[in-house]
Design a protein around this ligand. Structure first.
Ligand SMILES: [Zn+2]
Length: 289
């Protein structure tokens, strides 16, 4: 992947923060971080945050007691996150990544903050006994005092795969997407499934293509709200495409020449594949190598 693309461009994949996973459960250590004179707080409202001057706008913590620690930056300054009702002005995370509104090393902490805040907002009660839960370990666990269950922030794995066949690369599009946009096939993994089998199942469900060998390329946090895109390349065992009309409006094989034209914005039908902030872009380039 490094050879195939500019790693800087992949959205949400880079963070300069040390999450301090070995220390953050220590209440005294956490309280000391909150007292740090330069401690920063990132506010999150839905998928919107504040940016200013090309950077994440974090406000001083000012003696508050936040519960969600993002980590320590290279200068040792702690960054925290908290929910907000509304933020004005603000930018949504997709636009931030798509337009590069903040440096890549600040996009990872935004994904972390958004996913963590979203999880806490929806897990105030125990899924086991219904009692109220409370945040512990700097926000990386919720404890139920009713039944002593521990709940951990979730990450939902999604397989995303570009399949290579004799006629080129398999891409598809959903009817809700912008006109002309084709991308890698993707879907949520199911319980008890390997990454490889999930990818084979998704491709067969969506396009009717059988996939043999599957190779991992790279991953990308996708904080809408808390997915992890697992980027793969697969080798086709069959060629006849049968798109599932419930999932895809179209799926087809794209030749190398077509893909290069799409990348350069000179496809005669105006077709294209996703921008460099999305892992699908890099999977296409990796498959073309
Ligand atoms: Zn409980």
């Amino acid at each position: 992947l490094r050879a195939a693309c500019d790693p800087i461009a992949l959205g949400f994949a880079e963070s300069a923060l040390d999450r301090c996973a070995n220390q953050r459960a220590d209440a005294a250590w956490l309280a000391a971080q909150a007292r740090h004179p330069q401690a920063k707080l990132v506010l999150v409202a839905g998928d919107r945050v504040q940016v200013a001057g090309g950077r994440v706008e974090a406000r001083p913590l000012a003696g508050e007691e936040p519960t969600l620690l993002l980590g320590l930056d290279p200068r040792g300054v702690p960054w925290f996150a908290a929910p907000a009702e509304t933020l004005s002005p603000s930018a949504d995370l997709r636009s931030i990544a798509m337009q590069g509104l903040v440096p890549p090393h600040e996009q990872g902490l935004l994904a972390q903050a958004r996913s963590l805040v979203h999880w806490h907002q929806r897990h105030g009660f125990c899924a086991n006994c219904g009692a109220a839960t409370r945040s512990v370990d700097a926000g990386y666990r919720r404890r139920c005092d009713g039944c002593a269950a521990d709940h951990f922030p979730r990450t939902d794995p999604v397989v995303i795969i570009v399949v290579r066949g004799p006629s080129g690369l398999l891409l598809g599009r959903q009817s809700s997407w912008l006109p002309g946009l084709y991308s890698a096939l993707a879907g949520f993994m199911e319980p008890g499934e390997t990454i490889e089998d999930a990818a084979r199942r998704e491709v067969f469900e969506e396009a009717g293509i059988r996939v043999g060998a599957v190779r991992y390329v790279a991953s990308q946090p996708w904080p809408f709200p808390s997915s992890l895109m697992i980027g793969l390349l697969g080798e086709a065992l069959s060629e006849q495409i049968t798109p599932d009309p419930l999932e895809l409006e179209d799926a087809r094989w794209f030749s190398r020449a077509e893909l290069l034209a799409m990348r350069e914005g000179r496809d005669p039908q105006g077709r294209r594949f996703p921008a460099p902030m999305a892992i699908a872009h890099h999977l296409v380039l990796a498959a073309l190598e």
